[in-house]
Design a binder for this molecule. Sequence first.
Ligand code: AMP
Length: 626
Amino acid sequence: MLEQILSHDETFSAPEWLKAQANLKDLEAEHARSIADPDAFWGSWAARFEWFTPWEKVMDWNYPDHRWFVGGETNITLNALDRHADGANRNKVALIWIAEDGSERKVTYYELRQLVSRLASGLRSLGVEKGDRVVIYMPLTLEGVLSMLACARLGAVHSVVYAGMGVGALRDRIVDAGAKVVIAGNIGMRRGKGVDLRSIVDQAVEDLPLRHVIWYQRGVKTELQPREVDFDELMAQSKPDVAPVPVDSEHPLYILYTSGSTGKPKGVVHVHGGYMVGTSYHLRTFYDVKDSDVFWATSDIGWVVGHSYIVYAPLVEGVTSVFREGAPDWPDPGIFWKCVEQYGVNVMFTAPTAVRMFMKFGAEYVSKYDLSTLRLIAVAGEPLNPEAMRWAKQHLLDEGKRGFVADNWWQTELGGPTIATPITKDARPGAAGLPLPGVEAEVVDETGNAVPKGKGGLLALKRPFPHMMRTIWGSHSRYEQYWNEIPNCYAAGDVASWDEDGYISVLGRSDDVLNVAGHRIGTADVESALITHPSVAESAVIGIPDALKGEAIKAFVVLRFGEEPNDETRQSIIEHVRRELGPIATPSQVAFTEKLPKTRSGKIVRRLLKAQELGKDPGDLSTLED
Ligand code: AMP
C-alpha cells in the first residue's frame, strides 16, 4: 500500500489562468524567505495590522516555548472588526449565515461590530473580564460567532465546545477551563428537527459553581433560574459601547479541547497576536482569497477550522465568510451546491468525508447548479483518497478546467494549514503536499533524524510559527511532551512518508487516536466513557475502516459478573456513550468478549484486536500475558 501511495503516477494541475492569478506564486521562494529570516517575514505581515503598542521583537524562541510580537499589544477584534467598520469595508458583508430551512442573515462589518460590542457590554455587566474563561455551547449560528468575538473583545478566553458533545464531555471542559460563565443554545437544527441541547447543558452544569448561564433560546422560551440570563434580553438591555480591550500579543484568545492518547482532553491554547498574523497569512496565500471573494468553510465553530476559517482569519482580512447550520444532505444532497450558486462562493473549505458523501449521492445533485464561481476547494481533516479527489475535480470543477482541489494537513494545535498543495504545485493524490511558508517539516525516525526520501516515519516540525499553540491549558508539561517525544522536534503524532520531491503523505495516527469523519477521537476517551456504564467491567476501542467516515469505532466490552451479553445491554451501552461524549464518538459496533488481550504489565493490546478484526498478521506477541 505504501508503494502505491508513493508512486504518484497521477498528478493534477490547476489550470494555467488560475496559477497566473494565484496570490502565492512561488512557493519555493516564499518558503526560503520565511526560513532564512522569519523575523522579517512574519514582521512584515504583522505590520499590516493595527497594534495598540508596537512589538519590540518578532520572535522569542526558547525551546520548547515560543512567543511572537513580544511586547506588542493588540486585540484580534480591533483588526477583525474596528479596522473594517471604521474603514472602506464598513458596509461590506462580513458574515452570511444560512439556516437549514434556507433563511439567511447577512451582517456588514459595521453591523457586526455593533452586535459584538453590544454583547460584550452585556457580558461585562455580568462580571466577565479580561482573562475570565467562558464556555460556548452553541449551535452554528450568528449568535455563536458573536459570543466568540464578544469574549475576545473583552480579553476573556472562550472555549467553544461542539454542540454535539455529550454531558460528560461538556462538563469536563467547563471544569478544566475553570469557566465562570457558559453561553448555550437550547436547540440545534438537524434535518429539519430541533435537537435538544438544553437538557445536555442542564445536566452538565448541575451543581457547578458557575456565575451565569446565558441562554440563546429558539422556539419556546423557558422560565429561567436566578443565575440564568436570556441572550436576547441581555442584548436588548446593552449598548454597543465596548471598545476592544488592549491585550498583550501573547494573551490567550481561546482554549479548544482536542483528543489525545489519555482520557483527559487537552485544552489547546491560541493567542491574540501570532494567531491573527499566521492564520490570515494562510487565508491570503494558501487559500488564495481575494478581497471580493466569498469564502465558505463548511466546518463548525466547535472545531479549529471554524475558529480560524469561519471566524477569525476571514474577518481579520475583511472578506465575506459564509457559514451554514445543519446537515450537508438536508433538505437534499444538492444543498451545498445550491448555496455555492446562490452566494457565488469562490473558495470552499470542506472535508474528505463530505466529498465521499457527495460522491455516494451522485453527480446529478451537483450538475443542476451553476458552480462557475468556484475556483478552489481546499480539504483537510484526513487523507483525501484519490477517488474522491478525482470525483471533485470532475464534477465540482468541470474536469479541473475551472479550478483546483487543494489538500492541506494541520491540527488543532497548529491553528492553520501546515503541509499543503498550493495552486501552483501539482497535486499528488494521497499526499497532503509540501511544507508551507514558515514551516520546517520532516519525516523522521524516533531519534529525530530525517528518513531518506521515499521512506516512511514520523511527521515532525522543526520550528514553531506564530499561529501554533502556546500551551495546554493548566498543564504546560503536556505541551512540553509534544516537543520532547522526538529530540529537537514537535511530534505531530502522525505516521507519514515523503517522496523524492518532498511531498508528504500522512498515513494515520501513531498514537491511540482515531480519525472518525475527520474528527480526532481518543480511544481512551471512549474507553473511559464505556467503563462508567454499570454493566461494563473493561473495554478496548479500535478504529475499523469505514467507506464514508474513514474510520468507525468498534468497542470490545467485558461485562461485569452476572450481566447479560444481549442486544438490550448493547443498546444501553451505546446510548450511554452517546450521552457522555456525543454522537461523533459513539461506537458503531459493540462486541462482547470474555477477556481482552493484555501485555504482562496489564496494558491492553489494541493492535492485536485490530489485526484480528482485519484478518492481518498481529506481529510480535511475545510480551502478551495470554
Ligand atoms: P484535528 O486536530 O482534530 O484537526 O486533527 C488533526 C489530525 O487529523 C492530524 O494529526 C491528522 O491525523 C489528521 N489530518 C488532518 N488533515 C489531514 C490531511 N490533509 N491529510 C491527512 N491527515 C490529516
